[in-house]
Design a protein around this ligand. Structure first.
Ligand code: AMP
Length: 219
């Protein structure tokens, strides 16, 4: 499986990627996660990326492409990958295309998780992550059940909000999506790779739609 999950922030790319990882056994490659890891470790790359991330802007293509090139070269990516949050603009899509061409492993499908702007806003403002285990919740739609969480993970949920999920940054991130990432819809339609999935449905239903969209394409 070599696919891209495309969609605005909050459309469910991370959640659906994790379900795909479990089912198909290929790694999720999330540039957002890789960047957050670099920021929390305080690496040089993290320091360079942080201000753009905090402002809801895209991190420089050179940084992101270097990171992706390195990640795709790791052995677990040889059997396939789910790209989550990458590419985010046309330049990144073109660079990805030539990288994969060089590996003789072209993309098989690009799945667009389609969702209304109002719903996106609510999903993003309500998103919280457990600081201990990384599980993601939404205080409006899927709040944690403390007893269940304790039984499953052995600790109480310790919820934190991503700095870029604060209301003042969300507007900017959605604006950046509209201006820079949305043009990829046309790009991948022209390439014959785009599959559109309605993301305003329960998690399992969205997952089934993704499977129906990609299974005819994947090796
Ligand atoms: P995400 O977790 O995918 O929403 O990404 C969080 C932030 O990381 C974004 O708002 C950007 O600042 C940065 N980022 C993630 N992926 C990319 C990318 N492909 N290109 C540039 N910046 C990115």
């Amino acid at each position: 499986m070599r696919i891209v999950l495309l969609g605005a922030p909050g459309s469910g790319k991370g959640t659906q990627s994790q379900l795909l990882v479990k089912t198909y056994g290929v790694p999720q490659i999330s540039t957002g996660d890789l960047l957050r890891e670099a920021v929390s470790k305080g690496t040089e790359l993290g320091v360079r990326a942080k201000s753009a991330m905090d402002a809801g802007k895209l991190v420089d293509d050179v940084i992101v492409l270097g990171m992706i090139r390195e990640r795709l070269a790791q052995s677990d990516a040889a059997k396939g990958f789910i790209l989550d949050g990458f590419p985010r603009n046309i330049a990144q899509a073109e660079a990805l295309e030539s990288m994969l061409l060089g590996l003789s492993k072209p993309l098989e499908a690009v799945v667009l998780l389609n969702l209304d702007l109002g719903i996106l806003f609510k999903r993003l403002t309500g998103r919280r992550t457990c600081q201990v285990c990384g599980q993601v919740f939404n205080i409006f739609t899927s709040p944690p059940d403390t007893a269940a969480h304790r039984a499953k993970c052995g600790h109480d949920p310790v919820l934190i909000q991503r700095p870029d999920d604060k209301e003042e940054v969300i507007g900017k991130r959605l604006e950046v999506y509209d201006a820079q990432t949305k043009p990829l819809i046309k790009y991948y339609t022209t390439a014959g790779l785009l599959r559109v999935v309605d993301a305003d449905a329960p998690m399992a239903t969205v997952f089934e739609s993704i499977q129906r969209a990609v299974e005819p394409q994947i090796a």
